[in-house]
Each structure stands twice: as structure tokens, then as C-alpha cells.
Design a protein around this ligand. Structure first.
Ligand code: NAD
Ligand code: UGA
Length: 376
């Protein structure tokens, strides 16, 4: 399916080449899909900072506020990262990108994220997380040189497992949501491309990532907004008032894990998984190993915002959420040198500071634009 007519031509190619140009001899040339997204923006910026060539790809869909995606784009633009506007399902566009620049790594982060939204728009998960992943792997398979692929799976693949902490070898055949099922399908599909075509593939199971420039559909983000507006927040509880908790992981820790995975992907050794010839197939948990209840999350926000929340404790609806997540990160520690260091309190402090700054700036910008249009 083609959704991006706005690419091609010499000026466009020049921007693509310049963005992907490697600045250090040891640098890599990385295509970051989902670069206007939360994790994508941070990872693209970090790779660029250390001298890699970085090219973004994003379709700027309206799942959440596209203005926020454009603001992230503006930030990357200033850092020298060009985001091509297009859909990962656009095979001709992907072919073109691989033709124009020799991409050494694909950091594949474009996806339909969010667990609960699958109840209302199941098709978007199949489009981006299943068909889109196949399109990216097809393009990588056909490219010369063949890039190593690092991509975002999810802690949600552990589904209804009650054994914690979750280890990579644990069963992942009982997803609780369509989102989780598409990420699980993605892991199986990735394995096929490693097996048949020898693609180097690394899947990263992120655990509830939060931080500045985050996603407005995630609880920590809309709880902040609702607490500030005096609106009630619903705190989910399990059966018999059991705690609902998450292994919240701060964005900077995730970025370090992603960058390490890109560096490790080029290596032909590693006990992370099955190997096809020289190409590894690996899966790692990237979590924080210290689950915090949703109720404690709200208490920290109250403290940081200096506002009392209007709390409603409600039985967790059957919406695809799971009760508890907790990562075992030993494999990522050993093979990627991954060591998360940020507590939920200090990470949320940085998020709250960003949130207040971002929304006060964009609200005053909006107000002055309204003033201008009234006076004109
Ligand atoms: N944030 C988390 O807590 C978390 C946890 C586990 C896994 N993940 C995964 O990490 C990745 C990044 O998540 P995020 O939180 O940054 O989400 P995000 O929604 O902020 O970023 C995803 C980006 O991909 C783009 N996109 C979606 N479908 C596309 C398509 N078909 N073609 C081109 N672009 C498309 C979106 O416009 C968006 O900018 C996703 O794969 C997500 O499933 C995130
Ligand atoms: O780790 C992951 O794999 C997943 O992490 C998050 O999913 P989730 O952990 O459900 O994050 P939130 O949607 O922010 O929810 C956090 C917690 O708040 C709870 N919650 C949510 C909404 C609400 O109104 N009340 C409430 O208590 C949820 O049940 C959950 O326990 C991301 O949204 C997914 O894209 C990602 O794949």
C-alpha cells in the first residue's frame, strides 16, 4: 500500500544523503523508523550525537497529537536528522531509501503502540506491526549491503504469565491483547527472515517506557494532565483489590540499550539466540527490574506537581492490560552492558519539568496566534 507521494527528486535525495552521512570513521548509517515517535526521536538524536549517519522515516499518523510529532521532528531537524514522511508499507519508498544510501542498520521503532486502543482500531495494529514489519524485513533482505535489524518488541508478549520476573526464555504464547499478539507475531516473523535470508535481527522487549517527549496515550502522561486539571484519575486494581504494577523504564536507559543493541548487532557471536551462519537472532528484555504500583505512580506525580489527585480505584476492565510486569535483565546486562540507573521518582521529575515547559510554551504560542488572528 502506498501512502507517500511526497518523496523523490534531487533535492530530496540530497537531504537523504546528507542526513545519513557518517561523521566518524567508526560510525554507522542507521535508518530509524518511527523517528517522530517518542522512543524514535530519542534514539535518533543519540545516534546522531555520537557521529552516526541517521535517517528517519515516519508517517505522522494521528493516533495521538501530530503537533507533538512535528515538534519532535523540529528538534531532530536542528540536530541534522531528516525524517522522510512515508509509510513503512510503502515498498517503493523503502527500496528507494536503500538505493540512495548504504544503510548499515535499521532501528525499527515504527508501530501502532498502546494496548487499549486495539479495542477500537484493530486494523492499525495489523497494518503497522505485522504487514509493516514484513515490508521492512523484505526491504532489508533485498538491500545491498544487507543491514542488521534491531526492532522494538514489547513486554506485553509475556501476556498472562504469572511467573515473575519475566525472562526471555519464558513462554509467550498467551497474549492478553491484540497489540501483544502482533508483537509476538513480529518475533516469529523476524525469526523466519533470520532463518531463510540470514538477516541479523535483534528484538528488544521494552517495559513501559516513560520520560520527556513521551506519549500522551500513556497513563503517566494523561494522569499528569488530569491531575493538573482537577479531573479524576482511574487507578486500576486486580481481583480482590490486587496491586496493578509496571516495571516503568526511563527513556535514557532504553536509549542506551538501543544504541548498545545496534553496536552488538554487527557482531557475529553471542549466546542470545539461534544463529544462521554468521547472522544472529537475539531477543532481550530492556526493563528496570523494580515494578511500581499505579497507585504509587500517582502519589509520586502528586508530590512532584504539588497537587492532590482526585483518585478513583476501579476494577481493571477487560481491555488487554495485564496486572503486573517485571523484567529479568540479566541477558541484556551480560551481552549489551545494559544497566538502567533511573528511579521512577527521578525520571518522573524530569518528565514533569518537560511537561510544564512544553505545554506552557505551546499554550502561549497558541494564545499569541489566536491574538494575532483576532487583531488581523
Ligand atoms: N513506549 C513504550 O512504553 C513501549 C513499550 C514497549 C514497546 N514499545 C514499542 O516501541 C516502539 C516505539 O514506541 P513509542 O512509544 O515511541 O511509540 P510512538 O507511537 O511514539 O512512535 C511510533 C512512531 O511510528 C510511527 N508510525 C506508526 N505506524 C507507522 C507506519 N505504518 N509507517 C510509518 N510510521 C509509522 C508513528 O507516527 C509514531 O511516530 C513501538 O514499536 C512500540 O510498540 C514501546
Ligand atoms: O511495556 C510494554 O510493552 C507496553 O508499555 C505500555 O503499556 P502499559 O504498560 O499498559 O502502559 P500504560 O498504558 O501507560 O499503563 C500503565 C499502567 O497504568 C494502568 N492504567 C492505565 C490507564 C488508566 O486509566 N488507569 C490505570 O491504572 C494500566 O493498567 C497499567 O498498569 C505502552 O503503552 C505499550 O505500547 C507497550 O508495549
Amino acid at each position: 500500500m502506498s501512502t507517500s507521494p511526497s518523496w523523490g527528486g534531487p533535492a530530496w535525495e540530497k537531504r537523504v544523503r546528507s542526513s545519513a552521512r557518517v561523521r566518524r570513521a567508526s560510525g554507522k548509517s542507521v535508518l530509524v523508523t518511527g523517528a517522530a515517535g517518542f522512543v524514535g526521536m530519542h534514539v535518533a538524536a543519540a545516534l546522531k550525537r555520537r557521529g552516526d549517519g541517521v535517517l528517519g522515516l515516519d508517517n505522522y499518523n494521528a493516533y495521538y497529537d501530530p503537533d507533538l510529532k512535528r515538534a519532535r521532528q523540529a528538534l531532530l531537524d536542528r540536530a541534522g536528522v531528516f525524517i522522510v514522511e512515508g509509510d513503512i508499507n510503502d515498498a517503493a519508498l523503502l527500496r528507494k531509501l536503500f538505493d540512495v544510501v548504504p544503510i548499515s542498520h535499521v532501528m525499527h521503532l515504527a508501530a501502532q503502540a498502546g494496548v487499549r486502543h486495539a479495542l477500537t482500531d484493530p486494523g492499525s495494529y495489523i497494518h503497522s506491526n505485522v504487514a509493516g514489519l514484513v515490508a521492512v524485513l523484505e526491504a532489508a533482505k533485498a538491500a545491498d549491503p544487507q543491514p542488521a535489524v534491531v526492532w522494538a518488541s514489547s513486554s506485553s508478549v509475556y501476556g498472562l504469565n504469572s511467573k515473575v520476573p519475566f525472562s526471555e526464555a519464558d513462554r509467550t504464547d498467551r497474549p492478553a491483547s491484540l497489540y501483544a499478539a502482533t508483537k509476538k507475531a513480529g518475533e516469529e516473523i523476524a525469526h523466519v527472515y533470520n532463518n531463510i535470508y540470514g538477516l541479523s535481527i535483534t528484538g528488544l522487549r521494552f517495559f513501559t517506557v516513560y520520560g520527556p517527549w513521551g506519549r500522551p496515550d500513556m497513563a503517566y502522561f494523561f494522569f499528569t494532565r488530569d491531575i493538573l486539571r482537577g479531573k479524576p484519575v482511574s487507578i486500576f486494581e486486580g481481583p480482590d483489590h490486587a496491586t496493578v504494577a509496571r516495571d516503568f523504564t526511563y527513556i535514557d536507559d532504553i536509549v542506551r540499550g538501543c544504541v548498545a543493541a545496534v553496536d552488538h548487532a554487527g557482531k557475529s557471536t553471542g549466546s542470545g539466540g539461534k544463529k544462521h551462519g554468521q547472522a544472529p537472532f537475539r531477543i532481550y528484555n530492556l526493563g528496570n527490574t523494580s515494578p511500581v504500583s499505579v497507585s504509587d505512580l500517582v502519589s509520586i506525580l502528586e508530590q512532584l506537581l504539588k497537587v492532590k489527585a482526585v483518585k478513583k480505584f476501579v476494577k481493571m476492565p477487560r481491555n488487554g492490560d495485564v496486572q503486573f510486569t517485571h523484567a529479568n535483565i540479566k541477558l541484556a546486562e551480560k551481552e549489551l552492558g545494559y544497566h538502567p540507573t533511573t528511579s521512577l521518582h527521578s525520571g518522573l521529575k524530569k518528565f514533569v519539568r518537560w511537561y510544564l515547559d512544553y505545554y506552557s510554551t505551546s499554550l502561549s504560542k497558541q494564545a499569541s496566534e489566536e491574538d494575532r488572528s483576532i487583531s488581523s
